[in-house]
Design a protein around this ligand. Structure first.
Ligand code: DGJ
Length: 746
């Protein structure tokens, strides 16, 4: 819970509730700080000149292992962490010394932690160790410039269960004059010299998010960033690094991390001119500066960094475990995602009381647990040209307000959800007519519209308070269990003209902080309210927003085959626990692909199941199919959403099939989905081997849809049998799938 508070404030860390072994040792002549937990060791040390140098990040070392060279037992000399000198005229000592968090100064040629401009024009910043503190399980190390009172506090906490280190930084101006901060990282991370590192990252665009890319890590840095004001569809603030030839899905070293920030960010990954791999992540310096007044401090968001020796699959399982336990608002006590119906693909803006009631009746018959009215219920919202900002019920569409619909939905045994897009405004809206100055803008410059809308400047406290008031009223006056919180454009003309010029670029930070404030305050006032984060699909998915919402909408692309690759990419970084997946109509709007309803269900059941099809067009047989699958999903929902995910076969590879497996935390239930993309006459798919089961336990197996087991698949066998001998599903055709459910019998 305390980790979540740290994100919420967008500031440094607070200690974990559980005990953690964060040790700080200072052998004679040197100070070495070491964090141990979850099979991971992270260490740094102060060298003879006072620089803080990274020493190690990887699999746990033994207590007392020598982290710096020297053998005081034999020599009797104190152990000293050497500070390298100049290497050549082109490589001064400051750039040759590997620093845990360097200032931009003294010839640094890699990414700095902080870059500053002092009032007298000085731009040289050299950070050296000043002090450290261990408070409970948190280590803080203070660095200071060698001449001026500019201080940086680095905060570290290691999670005892997963070894994930949460890092953040605070820069403070102790001078009597202002200092402008032009760049500020939450963390700089280092890996030893090597030319076999491979960077894995996620990229995409609207309706094509979560595309996986791999690139060698070289002297030319790869920059993962958003300049959009929000996280964006382009790059996600997550990375994983493996080693060529050593790292695979289930084996080998992986270093990974994610920045808990929903605004413009930058993570750069590359090796410096001496071949040492450096990862720096924090606020995006593009168009950013923050002038620190005397005595003022600026905090970064938290950068979470983990290590796994069990490949990319091991890394994501560990990260999921951490995210569920420490990032989700209710942690491991969070409700499972209810089966949801959403009207967007069925009705678009054509939302009426009668139409939604008819859909609700049909949804309830299938076993849906939550009914969500999407865009179009408010203001003059008959299309995307008007109404955003006016969060009052449209009297033509809902003459008696939302109450009759909500009562009906609840009477049918479902709870009620509503779409909002609070941060935006249409020019054709009462809100914009009343407050044209409330949007991001530069005076006397054009205001670029995106989807006919402008971005409200949440950095302004009057805008923040207005939105909180409107949402609070909406939720207070209506029995709303769930808000789908959308956000459908990027920033342009990111001006905040009411601020002094030196403070206008604070908008990049203050906006996000106020967004977090609204979300957290709304949750505080309405503790039962659940929220889905959506940004034209997956345009704002990161650990900051996940810490304040209950689920996310990964993509507007609901094609079930595309969705397999989307889900494969999404779960590299984020847990199935928050990943919603809807069954929609065929042909799919995104690519016109035609698929069966069975296939669509099997795809969506690999996440939090939702339905977004036009139920008014369904035949009786479709309802029967849907009823069957929804009932089946309810028998495995917890295993899918909270189990450990094994990617048996990736949908991005060359295989005709892809397969995922979800193993419950107690290993008593597991589900294996196998999906066939398309078959050829010569195909003879190989047996698929389960993973993650208890080899000594006996498991029965059944088909999720209740059909008979395929020939050759025994009724029960040991976990060892299912993992080593495997089983074969007789898949034939195009876009077909199946699911096996394993249940422990002893
Ligand atoms: C974008 C979302 O991703 C969709 O699901 C839908 O809510 C539309 N916005 C509504 O405008």
């Amino acid at each position: 819970m305390r980790w979540r508070n740290a994100i919420l404030a967008g500031v440094g860390l607070v200690a974990l509730a559980a005990p953690v072994s964060a040790k700080v040792t200072a052998p004679a002549g040197a100070k070495v700080f070491r964090l141990d937990g979850g099979g991971v060791t992270y260490a740094m040390g102060v060298d003879e000149k006072g620089y803080l140098q990274p020493l190690y990040w990887g699999s746990a070392l033994a207590a007392g292992d020598p982290l710096i060279s020297g053998d005081p037992v034999k020599t009797g000399d104190p152990i000293v962490l050497k500070a390298p000198g100049e290497l050549s005229g082109f490589d001064p000592a400051g750039s040759v010394t590997l620093q845990e968090y360097p200032g931009q100064g003294e010839g640094l040629v890699s990414e700095p932690g902080v870059k500053a401009l002092f009032a007298d024009g000085n731009r040289d910043l050299v950070l050296k160790y000043r002090s450290h503190k261990v408070s409970g399980e948190t280590l803080t190390v203070e660095l200071a410039d060698i001449r001026r009172p500019l201080f940086v506090t680095l905060t570290y906490t290691i999670d005892p269960a997963t070894g994930i280190v949460a890092r953040s930084a605070r820069v403070r101006n102790g001078d009597a004059r202002p200092v402008r901060v032009d760049q500020l990282a939450a963390a700089v991370l280092s890996l030893p010299v090597g030319d076999d590192y491979r960077l894995h990252y996620l990229t995409g665009r609207h309706a094509a998010e979560w595309t996986q890319k791999t690139a060698p890590i070289e002297a030319a840095a790869t920059v993962l960033e958003s300049r959009r004001g929000s996280t964006g569809h382009g790059n996600n603030p997550w990375f994983a690094i493996g080693r060529e030839g050593l790292t695979s899905e289930e084996h080998g070293p992986v270093w990974y991390g994610a920045l808990a920030w929903s605004g413009s960010f930058r993570i750069s990954v590359g090796s410096d001119n001496l071949g040492r791999v450096r990862i720096a992540g924090g606020y995006n310096p593009y168009d950013f500066s923050w002038t620190l007044k005397p005595g003022e401090a600026l905090d970064t968001p938290v950068f979470y960094a983990g290590y796994s020796g069990d490949g990319l699959g091991g890394a994501s399982r560990t990260f999921h475990q951490f995210e569920v336990a420490h990032i989700l608002p209710h942690g491991t006590k969070a409700r499972l995602r209810p089966v949801l119906y959403n009207s967007w693909e069925a009705t678009a803006f054509d939302v009426t009381e009668a139409g939604q009631m008819a859909l609700a009746e049909k949804a309830a018959k299938i076993g849906v647990e939550r009914f969500v009215v999407d865009d179009g219920w408010f203001g003059a919202r008959n299309n995307d040209k008007a109404g955003l900002g006016d969060w009052t019920v449209n009297p033509t569409k809902f003459p008696n307000g939302l109450k009759p619909l909500i009562d009906r939905v609840k009477g049918l045994g479902m709870d009620f959800g509503l779409w909002v897009e609070p941060e935006m405004v249409n020019v054709d809206s009462d809100l914009y007519r009343a407050h044209p100055d409330w949007v991001l803008n530069f005076p006397d410059r054009p205001r670029t519209e995106g989807r006919n809308q402008l971005v409200l400047n949440l950095a302004r406290t009057d805008v923040r308070d207005h939105l909180l008031g409107v949402l609070d009223k909406l939720v207070s006056e209506n029995d709303i269990a769930f808000l789908k919180w959308d956000y459908n454009r990027n920033w342009t003309e990111a001006g905040w003209p009411e601020q002094p010029v030196a403070d206008q670029q604070r908008v990049y930070v203050e906006y996000v902080r106020n967004l977090y404030y609204i979300l957290s305050e709304l949750r505080r006032r309405h503790p039962k309210l659940e929220i889905e984060a959506c940004s034209g699909g997956g345009g704002r998915v990161d650990l900051g927003i996940i810490g304040l919402t209950d689920e996310v909408w990964p993509s507007d692309n609901t094609d079930p085959a595309d969705r397999l690759t989307i889900q494969d990419g999404f779960t590299r970084a984020y847990p199935v626990a928050v990943m919603m997946a809807w069954v929609t109509d065929s042909p799919n709007w995104a690519n016109t692909r035609v698929t069966s309803l069975d296939y669509r269900f099997l795809s969506s059941m690999q996440g939090g199941l939702g339905i977004g099809a036009n139920l008014d067009k369904w035949a009786d047989a479709d309802f029967a199919t849907a009823r069957k699958w929804v009932a089946a999903y309810k028998t495995i929902g917890e295993t899918v959403q909270r189990g450990s995910l094994y990617r048996l076969e990736s949908p991005t590879g060359d295989n005709a099939t892809s397969a995922t497996m979800y193993v419950g935390q107690d290993k008593r239930q597991a589900v294996l989905f196998q999906m066939l993309h398309s078959s050829m006459w010569r195909d003879n798919p190989a047996a698929i081997h389960a993973q993650g089961l208890d080899p000594a336990r006996v498991y029965s197996v059944r088909m999720l849809d209740g059909s008979a087991r395929p020939a050759g698949v025994p009724a029960q066998a040991s976990g060892a049998y299912w993992m080593n001998r495997g089983l074969r599903a007789p898949l034939k055709g195009d876009y077909v799938g199946t699911a096996f459910v394993f249940e422990a019998v002893n």
